[in-house]
Design a protein around this ligand. Structure first.
Ligand SMILES: [Zn+2]
Length: 228
């Protein structure tokens, strides 16, 4: 029996076949990239450090305590990063003392040691320490991110976060090197984020607003995700 197949029909079958193979290859490529990204993120431990806490309020303006703002933004950041499949560790999730320490003068030092210890124990790739600033004249404003002067990775991360933060609260401040305990005593890529000045009225309004705290948390997350 003779089967007569028209030339046009063969051509159509061939084109359809090529399109199906192409689609499968694209799908495979995209899904393997996605899996690789999720795996990389799943292995990246990010320690979020809500600065101060418990007996150490940090900067204070009237009834506004820095420690509470730091914790709120830290928790919001934790939620965002968890949704993006990062492993997240908090140095504190409540308003508590990080260490039992009777001598008030040494408590801050001991609590910083504890934060660095948590970062080391959890083998953190990144440590983000969240703070608010203050100055006696109320002249300064805006976010500022710090990194260790000899850490290229720290600088990249700090620059990336600072770029996102100033979209929320504009300032000409850039990410700059700092000489702080956590920057000098951690193995991770560590940055210290000062969200703004409690001593500045506009900053204070931003920092007191849940909407803007969410924006600050999102900005820090975006800064991290651009790099990791
Ligand atoms: Zn602070």
């Amino acid at each position: 029996m003779l089967i007569i197949i028209k030339k046009g029909f063969v051509k159509q079958i061939l084109i359809s076949f090529i399109i199906v193979i192409f689609c499968l290859l694209v799908y495979e490529h995209i899904s393997s990239d996605k899996v690789a990204a999720v795996m990389a993120r799943g292995n990246t431990v990010i320690v979020i450090d809500a600065g101060h806490g418990g007996r150490d309020p940090g900067a204070v303006y009237g009834t506004i305590y820095e420690k509470n703002i730091n914790l709120d933004v830290a928790k919001r950041l934790q939620k965002i990063l968890k949704r993006k499949d990062y492993k997240v560790v908090m140095t504190r999730s409540k308003d508590v003392n990080l260490v039992n320490w009777k001598d008030n003068g040494s408590y801050q030092r001991a609590s910083l040691w504890q934060r660095a210890y948590i970062s080391k124990k959890k083998n953190a790739a990144i440590l983000v320490s969240i703070h608010c600033n203050s100055d006696s004249r109320g002249a300064f404003f805006g976010p500022q991110t710090f990194y260790h002067p000899r850490s290229g990775r720290g600088r990249n991360l700090a620059v990336s976060i600072q770029e996102e933060l100033i979209k929320v609260r504009y300032t000409r401040r850039k990410a700059i090197p700092g000489n702080y305990y956590l920057l000098n005593n951690t193995y991770s890529t560590t940055v210290i984020v000062e969200l703004g000045y409690l001593s500045n009225s506009k900053d204070r309004n931003f920092l007191s607003s849940p909407e803007f705290r969410q924006k600050f948390a999102q900005a820090i997350a975006d800064g991290i995700c651009k790099i990791y």
